[in-house]
Design a protein around this ligand. Sequence first.
Ligand code: GLU
Length: 462
Amino acid sequence: MTHRLRFAPSPTGNLHIGGARTALFNWLQARHAGGKFLLRIEDTDIARSTEESRQAILEALDWLGLDIDEDIVLQSTRRDVHVAAALRLLEEGKAYRCYCTPEELQAMREKATAEGRSPKYDGTWRNRTDHPPEGTPFTVRFAMPLDGTTVIDDIVLGEITVPNEELDDLIILRSDGTPTYNFVVVCDDAFMGVTTVCRGQDHMSNTFRQFHIYRALGHEVPRFAHLPLVDGLSKRKGSASVQHYRDIGYLREAVINYISRLGWSHGDQEIFSVEELVEKFDLADVNRSSGKYDEVKMAWVNEQWIKRLPAEELAVRLLPYLSDLGVETSADERLVSLVRQLQERSKTLVDMAEGARFAFQRPTAFDEKAVKKWIKPASRAAFEEILAALPGLDAFTPDELEAAIKSVAERHELGLGKVAQPIRIALTGTSVSPPIFDAIAIVGREETVHRMRAALHLYDDA
Ligand code: GLU
């Protein structure tokens, strides 16, 4: 049997970390088992669904690399099929018309609560045989079994049993003729041939109801895997979107690596490539609790991935972040070697772009603290001597620069820092950069001379 899994987001906002985890687990299971990963956009809630959200979700899935195997199913386009299925159940006596008014339902709930019963529908119209006059509004309710139990053998949670008397005769068609959520999910999962439904534990109570709808419609009930909710996520929906992490310069490898661990583990291993996850992941190994969402840990995972990714690849990824700083360049050898120097010291791509900026842009200001600390009369002569020597150097390589600058420092009996820092300030406006000789080589001869000259005036106030 081909495994068919789906992600079914409602397009009512960005894809946040919780939703991304659900998407990832479905995708991993599909890839692991050689099955299919499908996408259904649950856009029947017209008031809350937006085209913008739909695009944002697709963009986030694309950025994460969770590729979709078949045409995307838009739930709203299947309305006629949903209505027809509900009417069929009505004809077959598996559903019935309910003529209760909202006021009657309200009174029913109040009475049940007052009597200490659960406020579920009391079955009034399941039992009545009379017919109100033609044109009286009605809803269509699903006739749940009245006794017995429903057992779900959940891949994550194990066997869960619910007495059927707890299950409500839920509405499947509203009085305006629109089908309801729990009903269309079943119609669509059956239509898409979904074999495993993997979603958040918050859907568990729906699952027991959906179970009976599958059966009534004559479909095989899929397997279910209910994922543990992630502690600490619900409060942070806004900033915890996938786009947010992309925008602050996280790598997709890191986001996937981190979220894969929210409820799944493989020994003590912390770092997983996507290929490794595909190989090792199995829904059967998902834990009943997923631990806490930990941004510090996520940042750490991202740093590991910045160190691991080949510099050539990072250079390509860095381009849009450089562009945000006004630097338009290409992932050429120069950028790659710069990336190599920044890899060890960058936490994010935004960080790295900031660190790479000096290679493309002259400083527009000088950090006051750095100037105060490092631009001292004692180093002026050495600074000027180096400036004068640069045009005559044979090769403008880090080694040659090191030899030349060190010899000037020695002659002036100055530690290397006292000589190097003023040059760094001249090149970057700050006291941080890659190793100084590499930094000078990257900026290049003419430009270094230009920047050192432009910084000379700092010594006037020293
Ligand atoms: N659309 C639902 C949600 O976004 C998911 C439904 C399901 O996975 O069955 O929570």
